[in-house]
Design a protein around this ligand. Structure first.
Ligand SMILES: *Cc1c(COP(=O)(O)O)cnc(C)c1O
Length: 392
């Protein structure tokens, strides 16, 4: 019997680990190691990839990994102590000294710093260009290029990448493609189905969704890539602890319901903001004025355009600070994807540390605020946004 996503999501990842007891919610295997009968059993467990020592594998991580493989339509997943742990490992999986990577210039800030400042010191070169233009990506390909790296919806101005074209280009030149799916989540798009090699998720954001865990994952189909990534996870040691893996799995069980509501709220909020006379610009792919509205409709799950809406008011730190103070319901926090609506100020968080001139080149200045839509009632959120803007 084939089951639908919402049925499968509440049932998978609960495989029986030991003995006769079978708890409805999995136990938390808060242990560093596992007692074995003898050396024969140890070698059997190595062969079976069974549990011996928690840095190598642990039941709570492996259950969460099974759920991520299901959601991302991959064969294998690895679970990390943060999204950045997953990103670092993914990059070391496909790149070595002398290699060149082409990355989207609109990537998550710390991914950019990792590539430009750290991997560069290990002889890995990278170019950063706008993936909105596939021809420009093609022009940057060199004999030592090994990787194209992108997100699908950019932070904070929500431009959308045509992943079909990017993968096509990669296949023509025998390059790997890595996608960070944190903003879009596997409920909006399945990058592996388009031919992407590795998908990253920061589980800290919408997938856990409860503001109480920092975690990340990699999912892939190719077994050789998996083996290399697994080796690096074990050697670097950026593993998620059992308790956080358990909490994340609990969060993911209801992620589809939250993400659906967050996406619906985002569409309503984007519309309401675009009708407000003091708002000069709204960034959300649901709007007909968004340059990649049609592309978003084509590649994202029907009726979904992401749960992030950004808008522009006055290009002023003081005005933005007053606006943040005016909110009664909405909270200011440097995160996204949680069940509650939060706002962040890109100039002071994701793009803090980027020079003003550089920020302006990609359209980011003091007057931009990013909303991560939660699951509250849409009208309550719109009322709060409206009163806060009206008071300015
Ligand atoms: C938050 C975020 C990350 C990093 O995740 P952590 O769990 O904070 O390490 C990576 N990519 C994107 C797109 C993010 O939003």
């Amino acid at each position: 019997m084939s089951k639908s996503l919402e049925t499968e999501l509440v049932n998978i990842g609960n495989k029986k680990i030991e003995g006769d007891i079978y708890p409805e919610a999995s136990a938390i295997y808060q242990t560093s190691s596992f007692v074995l009968k003898d050396l024969d059993e140890l070698y059997q467990k190595y062969d079976d990839e069974d549990f011996t020592y928690s840095r190598l594998s642990n039941p709570n991580r492996s259950q969460l990994g099974d759920v991520m493989s299901f959601l991302e339509k991959g064969n294998r997943s690895l679970i990390f102590s943060s999204g950045m742990g997953a990103i670092t490992t993914a990059l070391f999986t496909v790149l070595k000294s002398g290699d060149h990577a082409i990355c989207n210039s609109k990537l998550y800030g710390e991914t950019t710093i990792l590539l430009k400042e750290i991997l560069n010191e290990y002889g890995i070169e990278s170019d950063f260009i706008d993936f909105d233009n596939t021809e420009e990506v093609r022009n940057k390909i060199k004999p030592n290029t090994k990787l194209l790296y992108t997100e699908i919806i950019s932070n904070p101005l929500t431009s959308v990448v045509d992943i079909i074209q990017i993968v096509k280009l990669a296949k023509e030149h025998n390059l790997r493609v890595i996608v960070d799916n944190t903003f879009t989540t596997p409920f909006l798009i399945s990058p592996l189905e388009y031919g992407v090699d590795i998908v990253i998720n920061s589980l800290t954001k919408s997938l856990n969704g409860h503001f109480d865990v920092t975690a990340g994952s990699l999912t892939m189909k190719n077994e050789d890539l998996f083996k290399r990534a697994e080796k690096l996870l074990v050697l670097f040691g950026a593993i998620l602890d059992p308790n956080s893996a358990w909490l994340t799995l609990r969060g993911i069980r209801t992620a589809n319901l939250r993400i659906e509501k967050q996406n619906q709220n985002a569409i309503k909020i984007a519309q309401a903001l675009s009708e407000h006379p003091k708002v000069t610009k709204v960034f959300h792919p649901s709007l007909l004025s968004h340059p990649q509205h049609d592309l978003a409709k084509r590649i994202l799950a029907e009726g979904n355009f992401g749960a992030i809406v950004s808008f522009e008011i006055d290009d002023s730190y003081e005005v933005m600070n007053s606006l943040i103070k005016n909110f009664k319901l909405i909270k200011y926090a440097n995160t996204l994807g949680g069940y509650k609506t939060t706002v962040s100020h890109p100039c002071s968080s994701s793009h803090y540390g980027v020079e003003d001139a550089e920020r302006r080149k990609v359209g980011i200045h003091n007057g931009i605020l990013r909303i991560s839509c939660g699951i509250e009632n849409a009208k309550d959120l719109i009322d709060d946004l409206t009163q806060a803007i009206d008071c300015l």
